[in-house]
Design a protein around this ligand. Structure first.
Ligand code: GLN
Length: 517
């Protein structure tokens, strides 16, 4: 046997590269700060400016607060697009994560101050920081594995546990801190944990030497800048025509909705134009097809989050007003139901990933596209329990909390089939030089899903919960089934990227033994 000492970045723990755990912890603290702060936001904005034990709030109406909240939670993810572009073209993912983490520390730090300028500046910095950190840390996880390594999906599931551990801890601790020391202590705690995340990331660099490094453009003869891609738009009639139509629609949106939507649509038009030009410039049909299938899969992503994110809005209100929360004489606080999702993820993530890996090794259908479509269906079935809850409420004036628990359980299993799987899928399919951009587009799709969720949730006041919950079941199950029906042609577009996945580590080990003997 060889006695050579492995370099740090090749060292493993529980069968996974140690770098995975460094990224796990960094993302865990980042998510703690994000979800901790997010949990306070609406409450802080709507609390009166005087007379509250937790300190002065902003005294806004709930409509004003929810409007800002909706834009904020969408923008943090939409900014992943520029965040990804900066990584691809300027500094690489590793430095982008570092800069993002520093900006996040500053952002949460500024929120400790009580002035209104500090509030807006802090939120702006958090949006920029998440935009730089979130997509790029996810792409780095993919970089830990070679093509075809079956451990990749499981690695993403472990990473996903880190995300939810952060969110679970935040929702449990931040509320207590605010109750004792006030709003700005809560914001400060988010800042302190982000500093922990930053220290952990810097410390762990020796395990990450091989991932997220910037690929110099001059080393690649086919390199093409975003500026050049945009200038080529003017000699591409189809793409130019399509872009013009989108731009006109954005203008109409600006006029009839408001300037916020107009700006958002214009930004998305610019991104759509860029994606079309990248598609045109990709140098092989396999790359083009994979690019296309990724974009198609993002439709599933928008629909999934558009339904799933009722959790924080409509389902939250439903828990508060229509659900019997008494358990052995104690009324469970509404916010605690928000922890169910993160708790279920931590419990079931490795089991779900393990199940798919076993299925794959047995040669049964376990492609990412299949899992994602199934994830939508499972999540959709979760809403069936909300339909039962709404029916019970209409009959008896209250509904059992078991429906909520079952709904969140199904939502979580659905999430585990789609969310970590999609992250992993992107790192398999995206062309290397656009890997971060595609991850950014993915997160922007989840951000748009959040916005859709808000719009659907609001319409419950017109149509009633029973109609909305039933509508979500029917719509999501049909969409999931449609994707399963077109699975074969879609899979063909991936050019077998997942067909070759196998236990590389095991094979390497065997090869090693043979070579040594
Ligand atoms: N809850 C997950 C996270 O915080 C997924 C969020 C998303 O993809 N929009 O990372």
């Amino acid at each position: 046997m060889s006695t050579a000492i492995k370099p740090e970045h090749q060292k493993e723990l529980f069968g996974q590269p140690i770098g995975l755990y460094i990224l796990f912890l960094t993302e865990m603290w980042e998510r703690f700060s994000y979800y901790g702060m997010r949990a306070l936001l609406v409450l802080y904005m709507t609390t009166a400016t005087i007379g509250d034990d937790r300190g002065a709030g902003l005294g806004w109406t709930s409509k004003e607060a929810l409007a800002l909240y909706g834009w904020y939670t969408m923008l943090v993810y939409v900014m992943s697009i520029p965040g990804g572009m900066i990584a691809d073209k300027l500094i690489g993912q590793k430095k982008a994560v570092l800069v993002g983490a520093i900006i996040l520390c500053l952002g949460h730090g500024v929120l400790v101050l009580t002035d209104i300028w500090a509030f807006y500046t802090g939120l702006g910095l958090v949006i920029l920081g998440v935009g730089l950190l979130k997509p790029n840390i996810s792409t780095m996880v993919g970089g830990l594995y070679k093509d075809g390594d079956i451990r990749r999906d499981k690695g993403f599931s472990i990473f996903y546990i880190g995300i939810n551990l952060g969110s679970l801890l935040a929702t449990m601790i931040v509320g207590l801190v605010v109750a004792k020391w006030g709003w700005h202590a809560g914001f400060g705690l988010a800042g302190i944990v982000m500093v922990l995340g930053l220290i952990n990331y810097i410390y762990g660099q020796k395990y990450l030497t091989h991932v997220g490094n910037f690929i110099e453009a001059k080393d690649d003869p086919n390199e093409i800048s975003y500026g050049k891609l945009y200038s080529k738009l003017f000699s591409s009639p189809i793409q130019l025509g399509f872009t013009t139509v989108l731009a006109i629609l954005s203008g109409i949106g600006w006029y009839y909705l408001d300037w916020g939507y107009g700006l958002l649509f214009l930004f998305l038009t610019a991104i759509a134009a860029l994606l079309m030009m990248i598609y045109k410039e990709l140098d092989s049909q396999a790359y083009k097809d994979r690019f296309l299938v990724l974009l198609l899969s993002f439709i599933m992503v928008i629909i999934f989050w558009g339904a799933f994110e009722q959790a924080g809005g409509l389902m939250n209100l439903y828990t508060e007003t229509n659900t019997d929360r008494m358990l052995f004489g104690w009324e469970i606080p509404t916010v605690m139901f928000q922890s169910l999702n993160a708790g279920f993820i931590i419990l079931f993530a490795t089991a779900v990933a393990g199940y798919w890996a076993k299925r794959k090794l047995k040669g049964k259908e376990a492609s990412s596209l299949f899992k994602m479509a199934l994830g939508i269906i499972i999540m959709g079935f979760g809403f069936l329990f909300m339909v039962f809850a709404a029916m019970e409420f209409e009959k008896s004036g209250t509904s059992s909390m078991i429906w909520l628990v079952l709904a969140y359980l199904f939502h979580t299993i659905g999430e585990l089939c789609i969310s970590p799987v999609a992250l992993s899928f992107i790192t398999k399919l995206a062309p290397v030089k656009y890997a971060s951009l595609m991850m950014g587009v993915y997160f922007a799709a989840t951000g748009l899903g959040n916005k859709v969720a808000g719009i659907v949730g609001e319409s419950a006041s017109d149509y009633g919960e029973l109609t909305i919950f039933s509508g979500i079941v029917i719509f999501t199950v049909i969409i999931g089934a449609l994707f399963i029906m077109i699975l074969k042609p879609l899979k063909r577009l991936t050019h077998g990227v997942e067909d070759q996945e196998r236990d590389l580590k095991h094979e390497e080990a065997e090869g090693f033994e043979l070579a040594d003997n």
